[in-house]
Design a protein around this ligand. Structure first.
Ligand code: ADP
Length: 512
């Protein structure tokens, strides 16, 4: 997926080709692209508007529409590319025609994960999400959650060693996961996190809060160096990424550890290893990136790094009706402490809670039952049939649930609970995999999942399928998981797997 250097390269190659040109027409060929606006509405807003100077913020691209107070906000996700290529190109999601009859701009996206928002944007504001947030109240178009919460730009003066050092404090999470958290610092993805950690000689599993000041300073500098170099090379292309001129990113030739597992380390010749952390791969040199707690570290880990008192947090997920609640119960039986995101949502949606009030204000009193409680079934029917309604609901509910879960996890860590399992249905979709130490995905064949969902919730096949399609495909979750529980057999068979996993995790818990 394009990270900061790739999006920056796209911005630089796109800017001279679109800046100052007037849009004649925008055609949406793939509706999934649009997150907060209807195709007709987008077309009407964009018609006859001039394109301003494109701006990058984290992995987002902002294309201002002038004159006025809106911009297109684009996240290319896995395979999105902006091209002026030949018209026969397949997988075109968006087509922008210009009044000058010059070459049209296409968004080409084979996997169709790209996201486009129409957002409030003040005239001439350069690259500051805060400005857009301040404007949000005055425009009918809202900001995506992730954009509003972006952390500082790593290549700007907004990001400082001191600010970074403060964000590390008290965090038990592996530093690798923290670097991927867009709220800590914007724009870093898997490639540049691994490269920066290698350059700073820091093991990716090092607890963020236990790093020394010296390590933090090295990492801060390494992040900036790696990103700046990658921009100079036009980004990194593994498969799909191309800039707006159709060129591939040559930084792939400069990578030292990313994608090089099994090869000798360019510094010391030791074989580069691959680890899974929070559902993502981590490439590192076990010799250059030794995992020692520094003497000047502020860690509580006790010298040799054997903090047997620490907590291992497991994020549990899977498809709807794959058996997450069932597996969570089995974890509880096996002695783990458990947290359930759905249960928290239930609590937050009780009358009188701010989330309840916001939902009623947003969706109307018709979703309130005579006794004052929220009619979740009715709301469910609406949001599973309409992705934009779902996005509106998520924007209210998700930040609150995430905050609550983070609080509860922090409390469990403070109590010294050895093993905590958190059931989060949208673990990967909302990026909560970065808040946990390991991920577990419950897997069942699609037919079994569909049958259990229809039976449990009394749904017909169409509604059941709609619900399944509102999440990432199970296969994608399985691909990202650290551990997979196969729940296609009997509950007893599943129980045996859970107990065995708990034994393994106990061993890891004493090592983490
Ligand atoms: P989720 O929490 O993932 O939505 P549940 O744990 O509620 O899923 O499981 C969905 C349905 O399938 C429930 O009715 C549950 O009792 C049933 N179920 C779960 N695991 C099994 C299993 N191994 N065998 C038979 N039924 C199961």
């Amino acid at each position: 997926m394009p990270e900061l250097p790739e999006v920056e390269t796209i911005r630089r190659t796109l800017a001279p080709r679109v800046r100052g040109r007037t849009i004649r027409e925008i055609q949406v060929l793939e509706e999934r692209l649009l997150r907060n606006v209807e195709p007709e509405e987008l077309a009407a807003v964009a018609r006859d508007r001039r394109i301003g100077e494109p701006v990058r913020r984290g992995k987002y691209l902002v294309i201002p529409l002038e004159p006025g107070a809106e911009a297109l906000l684009l996240h290319l996700r896995m395979t999105g590319r902006l091209l002026f290529g030949p018209p026969e190109e397949k997988h075109v999601s968006l087509l922008v025609q210009f009044a000058d009859d010059g070459p049209p701009l296409r968004l080409v996206d084979t996997r169709k994960f790209a996201m486009l928002y129409l957002i409030p944007w003040s005239n001439g504001v350069a690259g500051v999400a805060g400005e857009a947030v301040a404007e949000a109240g005055r425009s009918p178009f809202s900001l995506p959650e992730g954009f509003a919460r972006l952390g500082p730009e790593p290549l700007s003066d907004d990001w400082t060693v001191e600010g970074f050092w403060q964000r590390l404090e008290g965090r038990r999470q592996p530093i690798k996961s923290l670097l991927l958290n867009q709220e800590v610092v914007a724009g870093i993805g898997n490639i540049y996190a691994d490269e920066a950690l290698f350059r700073a000689r820091i093991h990716p599993l090092t607890a963020a809060g236990e790093m020394s000041r010296d390590q933090a300073e090295r990492l801060f500098a390494a992040v900036r160096e790696v990103l700046a170099e990658a921009i100079a090379w036009g980004g990194t292309t593994f498969r799909d990424y191309q800039d707006a001129q159709g060129k591939r990113g040559e930084y792939v030739t400069q990578l030292r550890v990313y994608g090089r597992e099994g090869e000798p380390c360019p510094e010391c010749g030791t074989t580069i290893e691959l680890l899974r952390i929070g559902g993502r791969s981590a490439h590192f040199c076990p010799r250059c990136q030794e995992r020692a707690v520094r003497e000047d570290g502020r860690g509580s880990g006790g010298g040799g790094g054997n903090n047997s008192g620490s907590t291992l947090v497991i994020g549990l997920t899977g498809g709807i009706a794959s058996g997450k609640s069932t597996v969570l119960r089995l974890f509880r039986e096996a002695g783990a402490e458990t947290l359930d995101a759905d249960e928290i949502v239930h609590r937050l949606e009780q009358p009188g809670e701010p989330v309840y009030e916001e939902i009623v204000a947003e969706f109307g009193r018709e979703f309130v039952r005579p006794d004052g409680s929220l009619d979740r079934q009715a709301l469910g029917r609406v949001i599973f049939a309409d992705p934009r309604a779902r996005e509106r609901l998520n924007r209210i509910v998700h930040p609150r649930v995430i905050e609550k879960l983070q609080e509860e996890i922090a409390a469990a860590r403070a109590r010294g609970t050895p093993l905590v399992v958190v059931d989060v249905p949208l673990l990967f979709e909302v990026g909560f995999d970065r808040d946990v130490d390991r991920t577990v995905v419950v897997k069942v064949p699609a037919a079994v999942q569909l049958r259990r969902l229809m039976e449990r919730d009394g749904l017909d096949e169409t509604s059941a399928r709609q619900r399944l399609e509102a999440q990432w495909p199970l296969a994608e979750k399985v691909r990202r998981a650290d551990y997979v529980i196969d729940n296609s057999g009997t509950v007893d068979e599943t129980r045996a797997q859970v107990w065995e996993l708990v034994q393994r995790l106990k061993v890891e818990q004493t090592r983490v």
